[in-house]
Design a protein around this ligand. Structure first.
Ligand code: FES
Ligand code: FE2
Length: 350
């Protein structure tokens, strides 16, 4: 049985539907999330709104021919206008608009990424994604993938210490401290050693520290440091369940602007020249993102074919997988309604 059948397919949470520059002012785009379609528009002043696609007037699809007029979305069929709150604010006949409202989805924008809230029962957001100041970082480099998968499986990677050596070739991975739960957030810190290559030179066994922050099952954020070089990075993995089978995975990463880093070791000379630091920054960004991207792509080979095992045969050396799964239960309503699920089995088996 596949993992998507064992775990309820659509846990509640914030899911990325795109990056900000893919949704410029005046744009109208159709997206799929949790098996439903939604239409996202950005008004001329820059406000974002996500609405159900079917016009409450006579049923046209707002994403096929709909357009932005000022601060409203214009339906392509009879030209009725809808505000960002979904309310019909005008007809094209000069008559009083009907008192209807297209259903809206909660939407937020953080570090140039757009997220939509999904809850199977249609409840409002029960947690936030904390805002993040990215001004000390270079612009995010990004990539997007689509494959068979479930957001709980991909996010479980954040606590799966065992695979870091086998899949990614990290050396001596170790968790520093316990997994910390804060409501819908989960934090873990770990270290490992790995050889890195920069400027055509190899630096063997460089120690890296990762602070992983997970907010719901769709949002993972890692702050990475290489203390011996003084470099800092931020990496993001956004897992979005498109339908019962497929996941869209967006990844993004950025190095901290070198002039704001306390560069050390072989990079120390760059700290004395703002000009030199700026000159090599794109190379560090390009190179480090490629390493991150290749790490994620190494995971694909496993994710694509893995099954969700409710009662895993864990061994000493594994990360806190069951603690993670118990934390993840809060994003499913099935447990509350007592219908039983793979998640319930997993909890019982720990
Ligand atoms: S169907 Fe949308 S305005 Fe008529
Ligand atoms: Fe991994």
């Amino acid at each position: 049985m596949s993992s998507v059948l064992r775990l309820p397919p659509f846990p509640k949470g914030w899911y990325s539907i795109g990056f900000s520059d893919e949704l410029p002012p005046g744009s109208v785009t159709t997206h799929k999330l949790a098996g439903r379609e939604l239409v996202v528009f950005r008004t001329e002043s820059g406000e974002l709104s996500a609405v159900d696609p079917i016009c409450p007037h006579l049923g046209a699809h707002l994403g096929h021919g709909g357009s932005v007029t000022g601060e409203t979305l214009r339906c392509p069929f009879h030209g009725f206008l809808f505000g960002t709150d979904g309310a019909c604010v005008a007809t094209s006949y000069g008559t009083k608009p009907p008192k209807v409202r297209a259903r809206t989805w909660s939407i937020l924008e953080n570090h140039d990424t757009v997220f939509v809230w999904f809850d199977p029962k249609g409840e409002p957001p029960s947690f936030d994604i904390p805002p993040l100041d990215m001004r000390s970082y270079v612009p995010l480099t990004r990539a997007k993938y689509r494959f068979r998968g479930h957001p709980q499986d991909t996010t479980e990677n954040s606590v799966d210490i065992g695979h870091l050596t086998v899949v990614h070739g990290y050396e001596r991975p170790k968790m520093l401290g316990d997994l910390r739960e804060e409501g819908a957030a989960l934090h873990a810190t770990y270290e490992f050693y790995r050889p890195i290559g920069l400027f055509g030179k190899g630096f063997g066994g460089v120690r890296a520290e990762f602070d992983a922050h997970v907010h719901g099952l769709g949002y993972s954020f890692v702050e990475a440091r290489t203390p011996a070089l003084g470099l800092e990075f931020r990496y993001f993995v956004f897992a979005t369940p498109v339908d019962e089978m497929d996941l869209e995975l967006r990844i993004a990463g950025a190095v901290r602007k070198l002039e704001t880093c306390d560069l050390k070791g072989p990079l120390k000379p760059l700290g004395f020249s703002r000009h030199a630091a700026r000159a090599v920054e794109p190379l560090v960004q390009e190179r480090s993102f490629r390493v991150f991207q290749s790490d994620v792509e190494q995971d694909f080979k496993i994710w694509k074919y893995k099954e969700f095992v409710p009662r895993p045969a864990l061994a000493i050396g594994d990360g806190p997988v069951m603690k993670y799964r118990r934390w993840a239960e809060q994003f499913y309503d099935e447990l509350v309604t007592g219908k039983g699920s793979g998640v319930a089995e997993a909890a019982a088996g720990s």
